[in-house]
Design a protein around this ligand. Structure first.
Ligand SMILES: NC(=O)c1ccc[n+]([C@@H]2O[C@H](COP(=O)([O-])OP(=O)(O)OC[C@H]3O[C@@H](n4cnc5c(N)ncnc54)[C@H](OP(=O)(O)O)[C@@H]3O)[C@@H](O)[C@H]2O)c1
Length: 305
């Protein structure tokens, strides 16, 4: 069986990847306690010791606003660490799957972003993630035998991991009668489980002898588009349909200007799934369909706690 190294096993996507990668090989999964991503020598040593056929990196510095005050840390985790993974992968002949973000774009488009569209991050987090993409591409430019895929995704939420927009809406909605949510940023809510499903499809291609090797950047999200307001309304509707105890009576759409944050976010960051489509076993589900599944899982967890 192929050896697969999963880095970032405890994050939202990492937890789901533990499930979807398991059938594809012998998965060695590490989290922060086993690997500090700010220490490139630890990354190199772990990859050499594991000698994986495939490395999947689901770890990242994901605190979008906090990154503005911790740029060096964001760059270390989101750019220097994946660069080291690419170098070590190349040296050992391993393939590398890395995850990036819609926040590499400035949001000035009004139709879904393609992989070839110019990037223009609006904040430190997006800049650091873009720097990670470029670093991997530069290793490949120097060593064309490096096999890699970068999956850009967006608006990630799931039942696992520490926190996300859906969990926040449910927590706040449990005690407050009104939620005020930004309605002028458009993207695609994407469940961590679907991302793990898409990454498993890429992984399978890398691991299957004779299969066409994935290459370069791929966009992947659930299907459809929504504002944060639309997403909040759907979260509350789905939870309420399951009998979730909620105090919220009204969800009010507000503008980004009414909810200032340290980092500017793209007004529009829908990603086109066109390039990755032929690699997937089925079209990506509509975001609302995946949301229903995640809320059901959260509800089961709520009931069993
Ligand atoms: N979340 C989103 O909305 C979103 C949107 C677009 C793209 N993405 C991308 O999708 C990928 C997965 O995101 P996610 O939401 O699953 O992230 P997440 O839940 O925040 O998980 C990230 C993981 O990385 C770990 N990590 C951070 N710094 C580390 C360090 N110095 N050493 C070792 N581990 C470290 C974290 O550990 P701790 O928990 O201990 O900090 C956490 O387990 C990332 O590449 C992210 O940039 C996310």
């Amino acid at each position: 069986m192929s050896q697969i190294l999963l880095i970032g096993r405890d994050g939202q996507v990492g937890q789901e990847l533990q499930k979807t990668l398991a059938p594809l090989g012998n998965v060695v999964s590490v989290g922060r306690p086993q690997l500090d991503l700010t220490a490139p020598e630890q990354i190199q040593r772990l990859i050499e010791e594991t000698a994986p056929a495939l490395i999947v990196n689901a770890a990242a510095y994901t605190a979008v606003d906090k990154a503005e005050s911790e740029p060096a840390l964001a760059h270390a985790v989101n750019a220097a660490a994946p660069e080291q993974m690419a170098k070590s992968a190349q040296a050992l002949g391993s393939a590398l799957i890395h995850i990036s973000t819609d926040y590499v774009f400035d949001g000035s488009k009004s139709s879904p972003y393609l992989e070839t569209d110019p990037t223009q991050p609006l904040g430190i987090y997006g800049e650091s993630k873009r720097a990670g993409e470029v670093a991997i591409q530069q290793v490949q430019a120097a060593y064309p035998d490096l096999q890699y895929a970068i999956l850009r995704t967006a608006w990630v939420y799931g039942a696992g991991g520490k926190g996300n927009f859906a969990k926040t809406m449910l927590r706040v909605g449990a005690s407050r009668p009104e939620l005020r949510v930004v309605a002028d940023q458009i993207g695609t809510p994407t469940s961590a489980a679907e991302i793990a499903w898409a990454i498993a499809a890429l992984a399978q291609q890398f691991l299957q002898p004779g299969a066409a090797q994935p290459s370069g950047i791929y966009h992947f999200t659930n299907s459809g588009a929504a504002s944060w307001y639309d997403f909040a309304v759907a979260i509350i509707e789905e939870a309420r349909a399951l009998g979730w105890p909620l105090a919220v009576e009204q969800i009010t759409p507000i503008t980004t200007a009414e909810y200032p944050t340290p980092t500017q976010r793209p007004a529009y960051s829908v990603l086109s799934n066109q390039k990755i489509q032929p690699i997937l076993p089925a079209p990506p589900p509509q975001w609302r369909q995946s949301l229903r599944q995640v809320i059901a899982e959260l509800h089961r967890n709520l009931s069993s706690n």
